[in-house]
Design a protein around this ligand. Sequence first.
Ligand code: 13P
Length: 248
Amino acid sequence: MKNFMAANWKMNKTIAETREFLRDIIPSVKEVTDVDIVIAPPFTALSAAGDAIGTTNIQLAAQDIFWEEKGAYTGEVAPAMLLDAGCKHVIVGHSERRQYFHEDDTVVNRKAGAAQKAGLGVIFCVGESLAERESGKTFDIIRREVEKGLEGIDAGNLVVAYEPIWAIGTGKTASPEQAQEVHAFIRDILRKRYGETAEDIRILYGGSVTPENVKSLMACQDVNGGLVGGASLKPDSFAKLVCYKKEK
Ligand code: 13P
């Protein structure tokens, strides 16, 4: 299975900074063929990023999507607009969207459905909070988010990301054992839903991934890539994550 390494820039980088990042990183990852390399800039930089990426081996993702095709939805961005800007994927259900913008499983599911219908790959995020983990609810939360969020969603072009909320931006990474335990659990739910195809669905880990810990996380059987925030903002650091096999 080809690994998948995605940069989620969140609310960072201007158009000029996006161009600069791409100018720097393209030469250092151009030989990479065994990893899908994905960057998700903010909406305002998507089009410029799409132009800068051109026909290189980097793929573009959006950080969010709306499910309607067009019309009176002030502030929203439609699936066709993301395709127009050059996107191949979209992140759906990130914990920051769930937490700050009150997106529930129904909203996340509608977004995933609209993205797939338009031909966009879905990077579907799930994860428990610290309080949920400490009260032993991790598996209940993950099961609910996966089952409800993926209702009616096909396995094709689907990537799942496990991002424990307590590990996001905190420097507190899940241990490889903690990550593998949840990834195996997610794989099992996917097997029940999709059968054998579930073996081909990439399950990414996200939450304080760095060039120092990437290799041990990627060594886990059911960890097939990463979704990276902080460490994806600098070209040299993200290039190291993409080329993690060479890291010590
Ligand atoms: P950090 O890598 O900054 O912890 O962010 C993870 C994340 O939320 C990626 O979507």
